[in-house]
Design a protein around this ligand. Structure first.
Ligand SMILES: [Ca+2]
Ligand SMILES: [Ca+2]
Length: 76
């Protein structure tokens, strides 16, 4: 969880006001469909966050879901 937060902070600084997914996103997106499935994050730190990020519970985390999740964390 700590590593996830750190990588997001680095991206936020680089991208100033436009939230975006970290570079690791493309690495984890094995089928390059722009979304992360549970299987794709299975062996990463994101696995434990998956249910929290997948707000519509379709089994895929989109960039939009990810960004909304991170923004909700930032507001806490
Ligand atoms: Ca994918
Ligand atoms: Ca989803």
């Amino acid at each position: 969880m700590t590593l996830l937060a750190c990588s997001v902070s680095a991206v936020s600084m680089a991208d100033s006001d436009v939230p975006h997914v970290p570079a690791a996103w493309a690495t984890m997106d094995a089928d390059s469909n722009g979304k992360l499935s549970r299987a794709e994050v299975e062996n990463t730190l994101w696995a434990q966050q998956f249910d929290a990020m997948d707000t519509d519970h379709d089994g895929q985390v989109t960039e939009k879901e990810y960004i909304a999740f991170m923004q909700s964390r930032d507001n806490n």
